[in-house]
Design a protein. Sequence first.
Length: 588
Amino acid sequence: MKKHWIAFLILAAVALPVQAQYVIGSQEELQNLKSLPQEKVFLHHTGPIIFTGEYLHYSFYCFNAQNNRASNVSFVGYVALVNQQGEYVLEQKIRLQRGKSQGDFFINTDVPSGNYKLLGYTQWMKNNGMEQVFKDDLVIINPYQVDQSQLLTDTTEETPIADYDQPLDSSVVQLKLDKEVFGTREKVTMSLKNYKAQLGHGNYTIKIQKKSEMDVRPAKNAISYANEYLNVKGALDKTVGDSLFLPEQRGELLFGKVTDKSGNSMGDTKMVVSVPGEEFLLKFATTDDNGNFYTYLRKDYKQGRAIMQVSENIQDVEVALGSVPHLDASELDFNPFVLKPGYADAIELRSVHNQLENQFFSIKPDSVLLGTPIDPFDGGLPQTINLDDFTRFPTFQETLVEVLNYAGYRNNPNGSDYIRIAQDFETYNEKANDFPAIVLFDGVYIPDHEKIKDFDAKQIESISLVRDQFRMAGKDYQGMMAVTTIEGDFFENYVPEHGINVPIKKASPKKNYFKQRYQVESANGKRIPDYRRILLWEPHVEVAEEDVQFEFYTSDLTGEFEVVLDGFTTYGKPITVYSTIIVKDASQ
């Protein structure tokens, strides 16, 4: 009999309030935490001015703050948008690979005009305060709202146009184009050249974007970021007795608290957390003396929902999902951007172009990158029975009796009847057991098998069995049964008797961004307007010995476009390269 050990976590007996800040209990524990390097984050983005109806794209770099190399500490990063009142307007969770990720925000018309801060961080970084967090100014213009007071000034004096110097370094890698002036909808070829061999190896963001018609301080680049965040703390800045944010090293942190009906903590309670769906996740945890439990979700789950419940219905309990507090952003300093009368035409034209682009968005779609498939059976080989291949029976219990050879209900004189799956004996002297099976409906763990006896079998599409033995949270199970309903939505209406069914914040998926190609365009393609301000967006380009080639097409917009290469060598050296191309109307 093959045995599977599904991991579960037991918390040390320390205070872990519902806001998930762990309390450092001893000097030894403090030293262990201080040995874990602190992190710092850089975001390259498509600001600094963004209109409602546009996407703000970003590339995320997370570094070990002690050596400036890519961090291997955090599995998850966060990007947030904060307004001048210190309120978090938007926040995204992203999964990191070797300290890198990417994403985008769509700025909808609910977001008012104003000066904002774009923040980048990990939970581990938050222990050293807002000083450790990446911060950059962002201006949002919502042309559809009447009130623009956030971007207006009382003075009538004309503010002189600022001359913002941007640091750059093109000594290691460069971008080469065959010319500087192009027509609209013209193909452009470009190469990224590494002149320093191994010293030029690294990861870089490439962006070609129309220059802003408005006077605004440019976004931080890799060099200005490196200078500003050079002296952030490299280790945890805490002492014994302090609370801290737990690092998300092993995956996305999911946690909660269990109490009895009187509010008393329930220690040593076995909990099961299921993330439902066709590719379900099953996690077990045990509460500490304070009733706290937590687990980490490392696999790329599909449903943003978790069912947390006591693994055995032994008594009435209350289960609460934990939440991680934001850092206080009320003291942030904002670089003020002021609307000027001379910007009116540019704002109106950009708004019209955005409306046209959004109208034809379905013709220019981005695609979501598929994550790594999940094996919900932990290596076991399931036998799947499709019920349409058999005579249908009214109830789930009858279906087990009439259709399945290896699974059925067992009488339990000491409690509820349970489902057992027959052992797959591998040796003649293997001991027979009487353990219950793990049973899941659309990925939802069912603690009391008797309550699904009369489930309408007409709603079931298939039943999958694994006859291996499992051990979870100190308890043995004989086999696993995964029932898939026709609609696949059992979890939507499932109300656990001793637990909660709650939405959880899912990490934003990575995308392949749409690339316009006119040589394969349909005959009607010429009639589709093209007002892209971003001609090329490559969030992360790995550079080694060979040159990297790119091609893209200009849009119907004319004027100056900024060509930017921004990133870091493998050794942590910041690199920033700027150049300009000009697009002219091809008909002129």
